[in-house]
Design a protein around this ligand. Structure first.
Ligand code: HAM
Length: 422
């Protein structure tokens, strides 16, 4: 390998990360704008937390028996000797921010949304990256299961605004501290009987957190787990009532769903409602949106006893199935001929930009033909030509690049006609 290609290889983007280039970025912006609009329509406000946090935050929040904490965190020691982690998910950071800033003193329920990169040392494949992006919402201080249904309805409202079709909503209840011990016991007993057929990882989970066996991707483990006891048969009266009312509220919205008693989600904090929206359009990484209720996290962080619920959508997966087109660019290219015209063109560009017109001026000395060629290559919608004669008259030719029609006008007339034609 030559030195050049060796250097190129060494400096390439890290496996599992991706550049989002112009052309694609506009689609991201459109989806992000749709998410903001949707969430704000339901009363959510944006919150931005740091990209890295104390490692203990995720150990405590995401949970010590989750795959994320066990295998997937980007953890490093900083120069001050502190263990830090690039956030693998957003939920613990929001809870920390609420406790730290006493946001619980604000009128409840609190509704927040967030968008940004997450980091997990996952095995990269289609739909699974090491740096990926989530759009996330969280609600605090609302016990009523109507909110569980409302956030799912909101997720669907966003999905349909992005022309996402062919989705299925899976729901479950994972119980609470009161009912889970009896279920864990039953699950452990059954898993011990079948332990010969389980992978090493699942055998370890029997003692640490048997619920995690359901997350296993190994086919034989999945087949064995099919016959394991179902959490929904072990729910306490409160969780059972919450689950029934939650489903009744989904019916109010007319949202179809399927109860999947094996949907436990890969994070340790969930209580009661857990859900996923999956798509039949992409391969194995088919969960576009995942979420649920986590009524104990805030208390466990030393904060007030405030229940929480939320979801996160994976942007990369979302965009792979969304029907969004990048909006067309409407650039005005300013062609000047000679030094005086260049200076005048530079000022004119400022006037156009102040009026909200995207305006491109290039500084390489060119003739008219070269300018027009360049304007066409950049995909400009219009060209304004500034030459010595035009400068004297204060009127400039405006060429519509798609029709080829040329008109003429003062800067004000040009601005008007560009705006009129969108
Ligand atoms: P999660 O299920 O771990 O939940 O992630 C949510 C979504 O992020 C997934 O459904 C998927 O679309 C996307 N995602 C996860 N990992 C990757 C990856 N490696 N590459 C690409 N996309 C990925 C959470 O993160 C919870 N914090 C959701 C939540 C909010 N629960 C309550 N509030």
């Amino acid at each position: 390998m030559s030195e050049d290609s060796q250097a190129k290889k060494e400096l390439a983007a890290i496996k599992g990360t991706k550049d989002i280039l112009p052309g694609e970025v506009e689609i991201w912006q459109k989806a992000e704008a749709a998410a903001r609009r949707t969430f704000e329509l339901y009363g959510y406000r944006e919150l931005r937390a740091p990209v890295f946090e104390a490692t203990e935050l995720f150990e405590k929040g995401t949970g010590e028996t989750s795959d994320i904490v066990l295998k997937e965190m980007y953890t490093f020691t900083d120069k001050g000797g502190r263990s830090l982690t690039l956030r693998p998910e957003y939920t613990p950071s929001v809870v920390r921010a609420i406790v730290e800033h006493r946001l619980d003193l604000l009128p409840q329920p609190l509704r927040f949304y967030y968008m940004g990169p997450m980091f997990r040392y996952d095995k990269p494949q289609k739909g699974r990256y090491r740096q990926f992006h989530q759009i996330d919402i969280e609600v605090f201080g609302e016990k009523d299961p109507a909110i569980d249904a409302e956030i799912i309805e909101m997720a669907h409202s966003l999905l349909s605004s992005l022309n996402v079709t062919e989705t299925e909503t899976l729901v479950n209840s994972v119980g609470c501290k009161a009912c889970r011990p009896a279920y864990h016991q039953a699950l452990r007993a059954e898993a011990r009987l079948k332990s010969e057929s389980l992978c090493d990882d699942c055998r370890r989970k029997i003692d640490t957190n048997p619920l995690r066996i359901f997350d296993c991707k190994v086919e034989t483990c999945r087949a064995v787990a099919e016959d394991f006891p179902r959490i929904t048969d072990y729910l306490c009266a409160e969780c059972s009532d919450h689950f029934a009312r939650f489903r009744a509220y989904l019916d109010v919205y007319g949202l179809p769903y399927r109860v999947d008693p094996r949907l436990v989600r890969g994070l340790d904090y969930y209580t009661k409602t857990a859900f996923e929206i999956v798509t039949t359009k992409i391969g194995s990484q088919n969960a576009v949106c995942g979420g649920g209720r986590y009524d104990d996290m805030m208390k466990e962080f030393g904060g007030p006893d405030l229940c929480g619920i939320g979801f996160a959508m994976g942007m990369e997966r979302l965009l792979s199935i969304a029907g969004i087109q990048a909006p067309p660019r409407k650039t005005l290219y300013l062609a000047y001929l000679g030094e005086e015209a260049k200076k005048a063109g530079m000022s004119l560009a400022g006037i156009f930009r102040k009026a909200g017109i995207e305006c491109l001026v290039e500084f390489k000395d060119k003739g008219l033909k070269a300018h027009l060629g360049r304007a066409s290559k950049t995909g400009a919608a219009w060209v304004v030509i500034v030459g010595e004669d035009e400068l004297k008259k204060g009127r400039y030719p405006l060429k519509d690049m798609s029709s080829g029609i040329q008109t003429e006008g003062t800067p004000e007339e040009i601005m008007q006609s560009v705006k009129d034609r969108g």
